[in-house]
Each structure stands twice: as structure tokens, then as C-alpha cells.
Design a protein around this ligand. Structure first.
Ligand code: C2E
Ligand code: CA
Ligand code: CA
Length: 577
């Protein structure tokens, strides 16, 4: 068979000088093949290496043009290199293209192009080298530099690039898109208690679950320990945010199985929209971050879309936080006391309620500063102070003629979980010499549900000390009475929303009656909170509620005003007004 494509062996016989030169070149430069093209770009010669690399026969190459075996995607690159090469014999160019291998694959080749001598005017000599492996290593390196090694998703740098891309697209099209910051709730706890290997595996699985909820042009990247960020080109309205956010939240509902542990991990998310909330990448991320904070404040396992309002809240939050550290140092916090009475009006105790009288003249309500103190840990200091102060106060009242009052102190979840909490209680009792049974600690149901085993141990110790435990805001949380049976509790405080509405809403009255009935069954005391008027007191008395608290009995007042507040109480026995 006649062919103008020859192997290198044949060439040796025909043109020793040229071939030797090429062989030296191949060897010296670690090249894999050479070839010669005619003026119209058709192969006239090739060394055996080329058909070998392309997985074809030498005959197959005969009559083909170089551009026939170069991948279409690199056609332009090749044409440009050939143009640059010019027509002067000996001129050189270098080009990297993909060549078609086994019809369906490609191999990366580095080609040196040399304008051939006068005899082959317009022809080209090619010395080539397969660089597929080098290229692969390079790609791996580029990938590694741009991706998180643990989860394999893009890292912060690549994510930033991705946002810029989407941003540029959005500017061109005038369309919008969303970014989100995602935080795994409770990750630190899992990582600390079960170890980093488990934490790592959880992160990997969580990243995988997030990915399954996204579309092709969406991006998820890891931007911190347990923080991910999403770039969502198709999401431009609050309604669309709701849809994807709901899907993401739901994707976390099934437990994660990691190294024999069944773990539940929810996530909190903050979203921001371009161009509604911000137009620059950095400010968009900041907006999403603020929204995330809000979502976490609201109790996690939820999402929040950014709003201007939220930005104002956040800056007030930061300002309060700064002022709070000052205030703790300067001892600006105070305790007020609100009477707790039997339904016949006899005051038997007081709840200590924290007050922060003055930030630029205006009092900050505890509903605002307690969550901040809870978030930054100051609650431990403040809570310990409240405990000591309240115990001392009860003893001081004894000496002022208000004898035997019990005192209730609110304990926040973080404080309750603190290692030294039980010791703080012991110290407060020891310092004040208050009889332990006159101290009630008010905790919320969430504390019990969060980590029941720890709660059971702590409550057991407190109970043995003789301290009483009340469940605050009862009815607003999980309210699983069978669950509550497991814990050594003394009383339930019916949340004031039920008391407020029970005169008008049959449902609320049913709840109040049910709590009273069940508490009786479980041998628990009940305090109805938020009693504001006589009719409420009467109804509670009728239903057999043993104890009440609320503005009708008395508002929270300073310790020194407590005595007069008690005797002014309209329900006070023998002293009707
Ligand atoms: P809480 O423990 O449920 O306290 C009762 C809240 O209801 C108090 O609000 C009290 O002033 C208010 N209140 C009492 N009777 C009535 C009434 O008849 N009508 C109405 N509308 N409200 C009534 P306050 O003092 O603003 O405290 C709010 C929350 O802040 C407390 O709710 C408690 O969760 C938290 N808190 C207050 N002091 C402390 C503290 O020392 N430590 C901790 N961890 N939390 C505290
Ligand atoms: Ca309380
Ligand atoms: Ca309460």
C-alpha cells in the first residue's frame, strides 16, 4: 500500500541527516514524535510516536490535515500559532493543543512548529510531546488551590471569583441573584464531644446534602469551620429564597450516620439578594452574614432574608454589647423583685428580675439584653451575681420583718450548662446562709430538652442540696409532661400568654385547666404568671391554681420597696383596698 506517511525507521534510510537531527531532538528534549506537513497542512511524514499516541495506524494519518486531528476547541489556537509562524524558513512557534485520540478522547500535546525549508515551501515541521499527565497534575494543583481539602467544595478564594462572575453576568443581564451564608447548628458541640474525625465526616456529609439541593450553576463553598456560602444565580426574589431555603432546611432533617453515631444537625441560613440589598460582592456577603446572625438569634434551624431593619437591629446589638461590658465592670445592673402569692393573696416569695437602668437615659429591657448576654457569655457573670444578690436579699428581708420569703432566680440555658453552675449555687447559699429550700431556680423546658442527661445530673445535685426547680414559661415550649416526669421538679409557671387570654379564649382556658390537672397528678406546684386583673385571679382560684404572680399582685420593684408593695397588694388578706 502506497503511503506518504512514514515511520522514523524508514526515514533513516531516506534522509539520514535530517533524521539524525530529529532523533537527537526527540532524545534531548524528551519529545515523543515529529511530523512534517505540506504547504496545505497535510501530513507527509510522521515518526511512529504520533500514530502510537493517537491510537491509529500510520495509514490513517495519511492525507489528513493537522487540524483534522486537533480538537475543535483548540482550532483557533492552532490557526493563530500558524499565522504567527510566518513564512521564513526556520521560524519557530510553540503551541499547546488537544489532539484527538481513539476518536473520542483527547490528549494534551505541546507542539513546536518550525517553518520548513525551501524544498517544502509553506510546509511545517512539528516536534511534539504528550503532556497530558503534566496537564493533569497542573489541573489537580489548580483544583487543590481552589477547593477545600476536607469537603471538596470550592474554598473562599474560588467562591469570591464565582461571585464576581455571577455579578458580572447579572450586571449584563440586569437580573438578580442570591447569596447565602450557612452555619451548621451545634457543630462545635459534636466536634468537641465526639472528636474531629466525626466532626469532619459530618461536615463532608452536610456539604454533600447541600450540593444535592442545588442546581448546575449554583455554587456551594466552605468559608470557615462549619460555615458554607452559596451563590445562587437563579434566585432573585424572596419567594424563591423561601423555596430553596425550605428545601435546604428539610435536607437536614434525616439524621447523619457517622462512625456508628446517629447525629442530628440542623442549619441556620442568612440570605441576601442582588441588587435589592447590595450590589458589591463584599457587601452582599455582609448582608447575608447579618441575616444569619438574626436567624441564629431567633433560635437556629431557620433562615432569614436580609432587611434594612435587620441591619439597624444588628448595629444596636453591637452597641449594646459594647455598653454591656462597661456596665458589668461598673456594676450598673440591678435586681428588682416581683411578689409571688398564694391565690388568697398571701405573698410567699419574690422573683428576682434583672434591670439595666441606664443606657443614655433609657432602660434596656431584659428581653433585649439577656439574649445578648447569653450569646456573648456575660450571662455567666451576671447570673452568678444575681444568684448571690437574691439569696442575700431574702436573708436581709428576714431581719426587716418580711420573714421566710422564698426567692426565685432565673437561670439561662448557657448558665445552666456551665461547669461551675452548681458550685455557684452552693457558694450563694453558703455566703448568705439562706436555707436552700427557700431558693427556687427557674429554667425553661429548652434546657431539659437540649441535653437531658446533663440536665438530669445537675438537677439531681441541686435537688439533693434542697433547692427547688421551676419550669418557666410553661406551655410555650415542648410541654411534654411525660418527659417532665423524669426530672426532679417542684413547680410549673404557666406562661402569661395563657393567663392573658383565658378569659376570652376557651382554648387557653383549657390549657390552663389541663396544666393544673396534670401538675396535681405529678405533685407539682403551679404559679400562674401575668395576672393583671381581679377576674383572672378569681378564675384561677376557682380552677384550684395554688399560686399567682403578676401586675395585679405587684409589679417588680426595688428590694427596699418590696415591703410596702406587698402590703399594698389588693389581694392581700385582711387589707382590701
Ligand atoms: P420571665 O422570667 O418570664 O419574667 C417575667 C416577666 O414578666 C418579667 O419581665 C415581668 O416584669 C413580666 N411580668 C410580670 N407580671 C406581669 C404582668 O402582669 N403583665 C405583664 N405584661 N408582664 C408581667 P421582665 O422583667 O421584662 O423580664 C423578661 C424576661 O427576661 C424574664 O421573663 C426572663 O426570661 C428574663 N430575665 C429577667 N431577669 C433575668 C435574670 O436575672 N436572669 C435571666 N437568665 N433571665 C432574666
Ligand atoms: Ca422567670
Ligand atoms: Ca415566665
Amino acid at each position: 500500500m502506497q503511503t506518504n506517511v512514514v515511520t522514523i525507521n524508514k526515514l533513516v534510510a531516506e534522509n539520514e541527516a535530517v533524521t539524525n537531527q530529529w532523533l537527537r531532538l526527540l532524545a534531548d528534549h524528551g519529545l515523543d514524535f515529529f511530523a512534517r506537513l505540506s504547504a496545505d497542512g497535510v501530513f507527509v511524514e510522521a515518526s511512529a510516536g504520533l500514530p502510537l499516541l493517537l491510537g491509529c495506524s500510520p495509514e490513517y494519518l495519511a492525507g489528513l490535515r493537522l487540524r483534522d486531528v486537533v480538537d475543535g476547541e483548540d482550532a483557533a489556537v492552532l490557526e493563530q500559532a500558524l499565522t504567527r509562524l510566518g513564512s521564513v524558513p526556520g521560524a519557530r512557534e510553540r503551541v499547546i493543543v488537544r489532539m484527538i485520540k481513539l476518536v473520542t478522547q483527547t490528549a494534551w500535546m505541546e507542539l513546536r512548529l518550525i517553518r520548513d525549508s525551501h524544498e517544502n515551501a509553506g510546509g511545517v515541521l512539528i516536534a511534539g510531546c504528550d503532556i497530558t499527565e503534566v496537564k493533569q497534575r497542573e489541573d489537580d494543583l489548580i483544583h487543590a488551590a481552589a477547593h477545600d481539602p476536607l469537603t471538596g467544595v470550592p474554598n473562599r478564594a474560588l467562591l469570591a471569583e464565582r461571585i464576581e462572575q455571577v455579578l458580572a453576568q447579572a450586571r449584563r443581564s440586569g437580573g438578580g441573584f442570591a447569596v447565602a451564608v450557612v452555619d451548621l447548628d451545634g457543630f462545635k458541640r459534636i466536634n468537641d464531644s465526639l472528636g474531629h474525625a466525626v466532626g469532619d465526616a459530618l461536615l463532608r456529609q452536610a456539604a454533600g446534602r447541600i450540593k444535592t439541593q442545588l442546581r448546575g450553576d449554583d455554587t456551594v463553598g466552605r468559608i470557615g469551620g462549619d460555615e458554607f456560602a452559596l451563590v445562587l444565580p437563579g434566585i432573585a426574589s424572596p419567594e424563591q429564597v423561601d423555596v430553596i431555603a425550605r428545601r435546604l432546611v428539610e435536607s437536614m432533617q434525616l439524621p447523619f450516620l457517622v462512625a456508628g453515631h446517629t447525629l442530628f444537625a440542623s442549619m441556620s441560613m442568612g440570605f441576601a439578594l442582588h441588587p435589592v440589598h447590595a450590589v458589591a460582592a463584599e457587601s452582599l456577603m455582609r448582608c447575608a452574614d447579618m441575616a444569619l446572625y438574626r436567624a441564629k438569634d431567633l433560635g437556629r434551624n431557620r433562615w432569614q432574608l436580609f432587611s434594612e431593619n435587620l441591619a439597624a437591629t444588628r448595629s444596636r446589638h453591637l452597641e449594646l454589647e459594647r455598653a454591656m461590658f462597661e456596665a458589668v465592670r461598673n456594676g450598673e445592673f440591678r435586681l428588682h423583685y416581683q411578689p409571688i402569692a398564694r391565690t388568697d393573696g398571701t405573698v410567699i416569695g419574690a422573683e428576682a428580675l434583672m434591670r439595666w437602668p441606664n443606657v443614655a437615659g433609657a432602660a434596656v429591657p431584659p428581653t433585649e439584653f439577656i439574649p445578648i448576654a447569653e450569646a456573648n457569655g456575660l450571662i455567666n457573670l451576671l447570673g452568678e451575681w444575681a444568684l448571690r444578690t437574691a439569696c442575700m436579699q431574702a436573708v436581709r428581708w428576714d431581719s426587716e420583718g418580711l420573714e421566710g420569703l422564698s426567692v426565685s432566680v432565673n437561670v439561662s440555658p448557657r448558665q445552666f450548662r456551665h461547669d461551675h453552675f452548681v458550685n455557684h449555687v452552693r457558694q450563694a447559699l453558703a455566703e448568705s446562709s439562706l436555707t436552700p429550700s427557700r431558693l427556687t431556680l427557674e429554667i425553661t423546658e429548652g434546657v431539659l430538652m437540649h441535653s437531658p442527661e446533663q440536665a438530669l445530673a445537675v438537677l439531681g445535685t441541686l435537688r439533693r442540696l434542697g433547692v427547688h426547680i421551676a419550669i418557666d414559661d410553661f406551655g410555650t415550649g415542648y410541654s411534654s409532661l411525660s418527659y417532665l416526669k423524669r426530672f426532679p421538679l417542684s413547680s410549673l409557671k404557666i406562661d402569661r400568654s395563657f393567663v392573658r387570654d383565658m378569659l376570652h379564649s376557651p382554648n387557653d382556658l383549657i390549657i390552663v385547666s389541663a396544666v393544673l390537672g396534670l401538675a396535681r397528678e405529678l405533685g407539682l406546684q403551679v404559679v400562674a404568671e401575668g395576672v393583671e386583673e381581679e377576674r383572672q385571679l378569681e378564675l384561677l382560684r376557682e380552677k384550684g391554681c395554688p399560686m399567682v404572680q403578676g401586675f395585679y399582685i405587684g409589679r417588680p420593684v426595688r428590694a427596699e420597696d418590696f415591703g410596702s408593695a406587698v402590703s399594698a397588694n389588693p389581694a392581700h388578706p385582711g387589707e382590701p383596698r
